[in-house]
Write a protein that binds this ligand. Structure first.
Ligand SMILES: Nc1ncnc2c1ncn2[C@@H]1O[C@H](COP(=O)(O)OP(=O)(O)OP(=O)(O)O)[C@@H](O)[C@H]1O
Ligand SMILES: [Mg+2]
Length: 255
């Protein structure tokens, strides 16, 4: 479970999040959408406990993370997998070293056992283990994104997965592969997931509930039906460029 209660967050005196409140029950998925700079990545950083709000509370798996002690915080973080906005692989490490990084650095597992786990994970995220010795810049954007998801999965035993713009910059085939992987993880591992995206067509494939952040405020929190009926100016304006794709989605729903 993830819950924000009246969260206010400031950077250098500027208010970035304003009275943000929402709740995501365990095992559910939410898409967070909003204009660039509206505060989406900030919400993910708050969930990870990397920063704390000026006021309000944030609960992750039932614990108030900003009141948590360092050890408790580490325990909570172990259950959260994060895929960062830019993929964020280590450029100078091979695919295998990237995916197995946590096990190599933080456990005493034998190298051969780690390699086996890495190969298994590459298979799980839909990649051939032949790329194990390649460097990230020898992979396509979509492959890099899947390596990043594989690394998050081997670094933690995630109860929660956070994805920041996982499909941005990918072609339709790579996008569809990454979306399938995100959905499979939600279904097979029953993780609670939050996906930040700009792409509404991708959004509706990854969740059936949506949060729209506008200038640091929750402008919408609800279903696709609610979204298509919303009259709030901020929501209508945000959705305006996507009106046609929403109409298509609705047509499909009515068939
Ligand atoms: N370290 C920082 N110092 C100053 N301002 C910051 C810092 N980090 C974020 N901000 C500001 O906070 C606001 C929210 O940033 P955030 O990264 O959460 O936006 P976002 O919704 O993820 O945007 P995008 O879609 O472009 O990734 C922005 O106006 C940004 O300029
Ligand atoms: Mg962002």
């Amino acid at each position: 479970m993830i819950a924000f209660k009246n969260v206010n967050y400031f950077i250098e005196g500027r208010q970035i999040l304003k009275d943000v409140t929402f709740e995501i029950p365990s095992g559910e998925s939410r898409v967070i959408m909003g204009h660039s700079g509206s505060g989406k990545s900030t919400i993910l950083r708050l969930i990870l406990g990397l920063i704390c709000p000026r006021s309000g509370e944030i609960y992750v798996q039932g614990k108030n993370i900003c009141g948590a002690r360092e050890r408790q915080l580490q325990e909570i973080r172990k259950g959260i997998g994060m895929v960062f906005q830019d993929g964020a692989l280590f450029d100078s490490l091979t695919v295998g070293e990237n995916v197995g990084y946590y096990l190599l650095e933080h456990t005493k597992m034998k190298f051969s056992d780690i390699e086996e786990k890495v190969r298994e994970m590459l298979g799980f995220v839909g990649l051939s283990d032949e790329i194990i010795d390649r460097l990230p810049d020898q992979l396509s954007g979509g492959m890099q994104r899947r390596v990043a998801i594989g690394r998050a999965l081997l670094s933690t035993d995630p109860k929660i997965m956070l994805y920041d713009e996982p499909t941005t910059g990918l072609d339709p085939q790579a996008t569809s592969n990454v979306i399938d992987l995100i959905n499979r993880l939600a279904q097979v591992k029953h993780v609670t997931s939050i996906v930040v995206t700009h792409q509404i067509a991708d959004a509706v494939e990854m969740a059936d509930k949506f949060i729209i952040i506008d200038d640091g405020q929750v402008a919408f929190d609800g279903t696709l039906k609610g979204l298509s009926e919303a009259t709030d100016r901020r929501v209508v304006d945000f959705l305006a460029p996507f009106r046609e794709s929403i109409a298509n989605i609705r047509k499909i729903d009515f068939i």
